[in-house]
Design a protein around this ligand. Structure first.
Ligand SMILES: Cc1cc2nc3c(=O)[nH]c(=O)nc-3n(C[C@H](O)[C@H](O)[C@H](O)COP(=O)(O)O)c2cc1C
Length: 392
């Protein structure tokens, strides 16, 4: 029987499924519910020192549905980080750790570009007994106006400086959450790891405009007739998340990208941070979705919008689906297949070379030419030899 238990950055999780930062981890009540339903770990909604600066609006979500089935496939939000006081959060972190001492609780944090603010939030939060930090360098709306969130995540030098402050103060593992709203996600990823972060999380939401109401001619979600671009999540973002996780994993752990794949399956590119961890996020709603991220190198898989659509019981569906995949392939642990598919990415030129090689072999075979020693036959030996002569 395969096991889903996994160890990441010294933390033991009963399974790799983690509640991603957002409404599903927004207070002690719902975090407790997530643990009761079997989630492997919970990341809180992002918190900051001064919640009075955070003012949300309503409505703040807009959804995209498939035309036929009406299934929700895309989700936009213009929600900010938590508007609950920092002191309340500290009390609730203590409360949750007292009730669930063996479960992994990760605090998502965000601050302005000031060393004293980052050091203060780290020091005061870690006193509560939380198990790790996730640094939100990726919220794409609202906070960038204060040079927070993705404004920090889009600047690798700034990010490296802030991660350095955090790693200097933190006594628990630190993950840096990357924004997808950037051309080369590997650049800030490398900066965060160089500064000492234990792992990366990717992706946060993709900056988007959900649509324009053709009756009112106003953009959605509409607040008093106006809107702002928001963050896109759910199923529709999964292919983009898979690509970005693949790029980060190739940089961290090595892979096939950019060079011919060797016959013994060894990745030709050496990883730059093979001892760090990767937490994948984006459009996961099934164990099969999660398996794909793990095949691309992820240690854990986060879910946010999926929980808002299906509820906390999704954890058991995810575990069942992933176990069924492992049983089918004979994998006993997540390590047995983590990163396996990275070796199959290469350059387009290499795809062309491989295809030409196969076509040439097929052509030679059609012309009756021996292309492999096993093809020689005793009865046709002389004829086969003749066909291989080029100038008679
Ligand atoms: C309504 C909503 C609120 C979110 N709030 C946060 C947040 O406070 N901090 C954060 O790091 N990410 C936040 N996210 C982003 C998610 O954690 C996740 O990175 C993203 O939605 C992609 O994953 P998903 O498709 O599973 O939702 C939020 C997402 C949604 C939909």
């Amino acid at each position: 029987m395969p096991t889903l238990e996994t160890k990441v950055d010294g933390l033991t999780l009963p399974n790799p499924f983690v509640i991603g930062s957002g409404p599903p981890g927004t207070n002690a009540k719902v975090i407790g519910k997530a643990f009761d339903e079997g989630w492997g770990a919970v990341i809180s909604k992002t918190i900051s020192l001064d919640a009075s600066k955070v003012v949300n609006v309503a409505p703040r979500y807009a959804r995209m549905r498939a035309e036929q089935s009406r299934e929700v496939i895309g989700w936009e939000n213009i929600e900010l980080i938590s508007d609950r006081p920092f002191e309340t959060w500290l009390d609730e972190f203590r409360e949750i750790k007292a009730a669930y001492p063996d479960r992994v609780l990760i605090a998502s944090i965000m601050e302005e570009y000031r060393k004293d603010a980052w050091v203060e939030i780290i020091e005061r939060t870690q006193e509560t007994g939380i198990d790790a930090f996730e640094l939100n360098f990726s919220c794409p709306h609202g906070l960038p106006e204060r040079r927070m969130g993705s404004a920090m995540g889009q600047d690798p030098d700034l990010l490296e400086e802030v991660c350095g402050w955090v790693c200097g103060a933190s006594r628990v593992p630190v993950w840096a959450k990357m924004t997808p709203n950037i051309t080369h996600i590997v650049d800030p990823g490398r900066s965060a790891l160089r500064a000492g972060c234990n792992g990366l999380s990717a992706i946060n939401t993709i900056l988007s405009v959900m649509g324009i109401d053709l009756e009112t001619l106003r953009p959605e979600p509409t607040v008093e007739g106006y809107s702002v671009p928001g963050g896109y999540s759910c199923k529709a973002v999964r292919p983009i998340a898979l690509r970005m996780v693949m790029e980060l994993a190739t940089m961290m752990f090595g892979g096939g990208s950019g060079a011919p794949i060797s016959d013994d399956g060894e990745p030709p590119l050496k990883g730059e941070f093979v001892d760090r961890s990767l937490s994948a996020i984006g459009g996961v709603e099934s164990g099969e979705d999660a398996a794909q991220f793990i095949l691309l190198g992820a240690h854990t898989v986060q879910v946010c919008t999926g929980v808002m659509i299906h509820g906390y019981k999704l954890a058991s569906t995810l575990c069942e689906g992933l176990l069924a995949f492992m049983e089918k392939h004979g994998f006993e642990t997540l390590d047995d297949f983590r990163g396996h598919s990275l070796r199959y990415f290469t350059t387009h030129a290499e795809l062309v070379r491989r295809q030409a090689e196969v076509k040439a072999a097929e052509k030679a075979e059609k012309a009756g030419m021996v292309t492999k020693d096993t093809a020689w036959e005793g009865d046709r030996f002389v004829e086969q030899s003749d066909r291989l002569v080029s100038n008679d």
